[in-house]
Design a protein around this ligand. Structure first.
Ligand code: PLP
Length: 398
């Protein structure tokens, strides 16, 4: 099993670059140069230095003692929530802004669901002094209002999208349209391992710092490899970053947790591997939820960052080949997962990350296991949803 991409951008049957003619020169330029650029010592030096001094890497791997006791094994939490701007998304935006600068781009666009990628993009644009437009579905603007305000304070223009379900898929469509209209001066910072080649591979490389550190940190904690690595999957970037350096370690079980929303058979979910079929979405061949005649189905998750009807092509490949197990967690289970982590370990996770935590309740573990859960982001942005969900009961016992 490999995470290597083919020359034409494929992982098994999935990937590629299905883009309109207008965008072809941009995408082709990126395809031809991204590896050379990101592998130069000068780029690596600047990337590593910003990850460390600006974003706050390395993030700790925390031994969650009470969760370990509760689930009868060793549970480690990879703390991406401690990063500047509050989630793993900054790893990728730092990489892409450095690339955009080297390509001479003078304007940045992005899509965002939970607003974390939008905030991370607005942040690096402020840092580099480059104008930035972020597309965001109107539903998401309401449930992630704090992040809208953060992006605006950072100087980004946030453009609300009122089409479709007014969520991440629709924001991605609008960002693609903008890029088609402005191919010369604009770089589109895609926020997950989705989109046409080279985005899935490039974003995975930037996020792979998560598993590079994790490997090292497991070595430092007695040398034992994780028995499982569990991460939530929206488009799949924190999961790809967490799985990247373990893909060839057959003894490490990799688990991707999707959003089951109101339940797998409810018609209101975002569990792509369970419900999706192969097709072309946002520039690549992948699995996505679709109607009989191939139209994209609306997704639903309480978590804006997982509310997406597809997954990146690497994940489609890992699902079909069986290397990664994809499971799902409902809205209610995720809310319980958030409360569990808050009460047991003093960490309020993002709703996305709460899906990974909640999955622990669905498994049994052997005492000698070392289980790693990726806490992809912090929960400040989700406080309105937590308050709405728990209301008065927020003070009750679990
Ligand atoms: C904290 C957090 N975790 C996870 C995700 C899901 O994205 P991905 O699957 O690309 O990691 C998001 C998306 O916004 C997020 O904000």
């Amino acid at each position: 099993m490999t995470v290597e991409v083919t020359e034409r951008g494929f992982f098994g049957d999935f990937g590629g670059a299905y883009v309109p003619e207008m965008l072809y020169p941009n995408v082709r330029e990126l395809q031809l140069c991204y590896r050379d650029v990101i592998e130069t010592p000068d780029f690596k030096r600047e990337f590593d230095s910003l990850l460390q001094d600006f974003a706050g890497r390395p993030t700790p791997t925390f031994l969650a003692s009470k969760l370990s006791q509760r689930f009868g094994c060793e549970i480690l939490l990879k703390r991406e929530d401690l990063l500047h701007t509050g989630a793993h998304k900054i790893n990728n935006t730092i990489g892409q802004i450095l690339l955009a600068k080297r390509l001479g781009r003078s304007r940045i666009i992005a899509e965002t669901g939970a607003g974390q990628h939008g905030v991370a993009t607005a942040t690096v644009c402020a840092l580099m002094g480059i104008p930035c437009v972020v597309y965001m579905g109107e539903t998401d603007m309401k449930r992630q209002a704090l992040n809208v305000a953060r992006m605006r304070l950072l100087g980004a223009e946030v453009r609300g999208v009122s089409s479709g379900s007014k969520t991440l898929k629709d924001a991605t469509n609008e960002a693609m349209r903008d890029w088609i209209a402005n191919p010369k001066d604009t770089h589109y910072i895609i926020g997950s391992v989705v989109g046409p080649h080279p985005f899935p591979d490039m974003v995975a490389r930037f996020q792979s710092v998560i598993s590079a550190e994790l490997k090292e940190q497991c070595r430092a904690r007695g040398g034992k490899s994780p028995s499982r690595v569990i991460a939530c999957v929206g488009g799949g970037s924190n999961a790809m970053g967490a799985f990247y350096h373990f893909v060839n370690d057959a003894e490490v079980r990799l688990v991707g947790v999707e959003a089951a929303g109101c339940g797998l058979t409810s018609g209101r979910s975002a569990a792509t591997t369970a419900l999706g079929r192969s097709g072309i979405l946002h520039g690549s061949r992948t699995l996505f939820m679709q109607t009989e005649d191939g139209q994209v189905e609306e997704a639903h998750s309480i978590s804006a960052g997982l509310d997406y009807p597809g997954i990146g092509p690497q994940h489609a490949h890992f699902h079909v080949s069986g290397r990664v197990s994809y499971v799902s967690v409902t809205d209610e289970e995720a809310l319980r997962g958030a409360k569990l982590l808050a009460r047991e370990e003093g960490i309020i996770p993002a709703l996305e990350s709460a899906h990974a935590v909640a999955y622990l309740e669905k498994e049994t573990f052997k005492p000698d296991e070392r289980v790693v859960v990726i806490v992809s982001g912090r929960g400040d942005k989700d406080m309105a949803t937590y308050i709405e969900a728990y209301g008065e009961a927020i003070a009750d016992e679990i």
